[in-house]
Design a protein around this ligand. Structure first.
Ligand code: NAI
Length: 505
């Protein structure tokens, strides 16, 4: 399917943060763009704001002055909806309210040509509902940009029940022509990104609630071991707890209270207190002038580890073996069940059981569980937890070994799945369910999470790296530990494990 020709008139309704960004993207791609807002003067202000953005790009040498001039000429604020009648594509980015958006779409539909595409930038409303009651619901499609639209690559192209496939394909191709990375998705709660990302916040909030570690340590683990740009607490402080909590509540309600999406009392309390994050100067962290950011906890061993034994294959942790050798540790290999032995300690990747439970069930003494790292050869930090029977000496040996390999070691309480492993397993689980339910293809879901929220790896590919069987084991054990449907594994993971297939089949 071809994109809309670049001379097709685009209309953007709503000249707030998103509308302005979208208008800039469309104008930069060569379209004449009209902007309308029902707040007098807002459209003109937005056009002036885009002009300032473009001037900055010219100053930085990222845009030619002549090109800037051309883009500026393509943008025009208008004062009436009627002025948008010649648009071939209308993108609405007005207030997030179903009735208000439906009313607007009815007005626009009556004004524009029959083949005009009516796109909504809604992040949470159903495209099916938005289109209901229109004369041409097949022309309605979601075109969900991410903030800031000129910088974020992802566009979710959302099809409602009535959306004509050719319309969705045309918007997909148009988003590509605008330099974006589109993905197809169906109109289901949260679409792809706002659904699959829920566990990223939820698991940190739960770990905090259950006393796993402090915010700074949990954030540092997601960054330094998980490879995420930010931890969940610093990110929600940035997004705003009111906004993040509202999205969680809306997805939770839309799934009829499925406990997978249960909001957190910890976050609700921040919202109740008005501690909304950076914008109010206080969230999980303080943003007051001169406030110091707490430092993540780190264990230090004064002993030195010189040698260790690797029993069997360490699975996703295998790159650690080379890292240990490179750091001067004498590594002996022998057959076994995938553990590292140092001094009296046994180190193993978590499988979602408590360390104390696994030590007892598997007859292991002085067990130290390691968390997941995105890449064990480059991670700078790792979380550990240990069984209750551990001796100080054994724990010290484990810390010394990891330190010698160049890792900062952060202790977390004995909770199932530690931090990164549990978070990634739950994100992958949600992604797998989204594939199972036809919300998007595995490739699109992985792409959406990388391009929309900067995940270092697509969650389904990540589950493949961990191993489907291990990911499933972690989830099964989490579910067993908590006895909650929140941790129930997706049928798709179970099917893949049973058939030996991959999540991208
Ligand atoms: P905003 O509040 O900055 O801008 C909304 C604009 O729409 C305002 O200028 C307002 O005057 C105008 N408006 C309201 N009702 C109108 C109407 N009936 N006719 C014409 N103009 C009207 O909001 P923002 O953040 O730009 O969001 C807009 C839409 O984009 C919402 O649907 C939101 O859910 C969605 N969205 C927001 C993202 C974000 O991070 N802010 C990200 C992705 C989507």
């Amino acid at each position: 399917m071809s994109p809309l020709a670049s001379d097709v008139q685009v209309a953007v309704i709503g000249a707030g943060a998103m509308g302005a960004g979208i208008a800039q993207v469309a104008a930069q791609a060569g379209h004449p763009v009209k902007m309308y807002d029902n707040r007098p003067g807002a459209a003109a202000q937005a056009v002036a704001g885009i002009d300032r953005q473009l001037t900055r790009l010219v100053e930085k040498g990222k845009l030619q002055a002549a090109e800037h001039e051309m883009i500026r000429l393509r943008l025009s604020p208008v004062d009436t909806l009627e002025a948008l009648a010649d648009a071939g594509l209308v993108i609405e980015a007005i207030v997030e309210n179903l009735q208000v958006k439906q009313t607007l779409l009815r007005q626009i539909e009556a004004l524009c040509a029959d083949d005009c595409i009516l796109a909504s930038n809604t992040s949470s409303l159903s495209i099916t509902s938005l289109a209901a009651g229109l004369a041409r619901p097949q022309q309605v499609v979601g075109m969900h940009f991410f903030n800031p639209a000129p910088l974020m690559a992802l566009v979710e192209v959302v099809s409602g029940l009535a959306t004509e496939p050719a319309v969705a394909s045309c918007i997909y191709a148009t988003a590509q022509a605008w330099g974006k990375q589109p993905v197809h998705t169906r109109s289901t709660p949260g679409f792809i990104v706002n659904r699959v990302a829920r566990p990223f916040y939820a698991e940190s909030l739960r770990l905090l609630q259950e006393g796993a570690a402090d915010c700074a340590s949990l954030d540092a683990l997601l960054r330094d071991a998980g490879g995420f740009r930010m931890g969940a607490f610093e990110l929600t402080d940035l997004i705003g707890h009111d906004v993040n909590y509202a999205v969680t509540c809306s997805v939770f309600d839309a799934f009829y209270g499925d406990f997978r999406f249960q909001p957190s009392l910890v976050q609700k309390e921040l919202v109740d207190a008005g501690r909304l994050g950076r914008k109010t100067g206080q969230g999980f962290y303080s943003y007051a002038e001169g406030a110091e950011r707490p430092t993540p906890a780190e264990l230090c061993s004064l002993t030195s580890a010189e040698a260790c034994v690797i029993e069997g294959h360490l699975g996703v942790m295998q790159p650690l073996v080379e890292r240990l050798s490179l750091n001067g540790i004498a590594v002996t290999r022998r057959a076994g069940s995938g553990v590292i032995l140092v001094g009296d300690a046994t180190l193993a990747l978590s499988d979602g059981r408590l360390a104390s439970q696994r030590a007892r069930e598997d007859g292991l003494r002085n067990l130290v569980l390691l968390d997941l790292a995105l890449d064990y050869s480059t991670a700078t930090r790792i979380a550990i937890s240990w069984s209750a029977d551990i001796t100080e000496n054994a724990r010290d040996h484990a810390v010394a070994l990891l330190q010698r390999a160049g890792l900062k070691v952060t202790a977390v309480a004995d909770l199932p799945g530690l931090v990164v492993l549990r978070t990634v397993a739950m994100i992958a689980n949600e992604a797998a369910d989204a594939v199972l339910q036809g919300v998007g293809s595995a490739a699109d879901i992985d792409l959406a999470m990388r391009a929309g929220v900067n995940y270092p790896c697509g969650p389904l590919a990540w589950a493949g790296n961990i191993g489907i069987a291990h990911t499933l084991r972690v989830l099964d054990n989490l579910q067993r530990s908590y006895g909650e449907s929140r941790y129930r594994p997706s049928l798709l993971l179970r099917r893949c494990e049973a058939t030996g297939g991959t999540l991208h089949d």
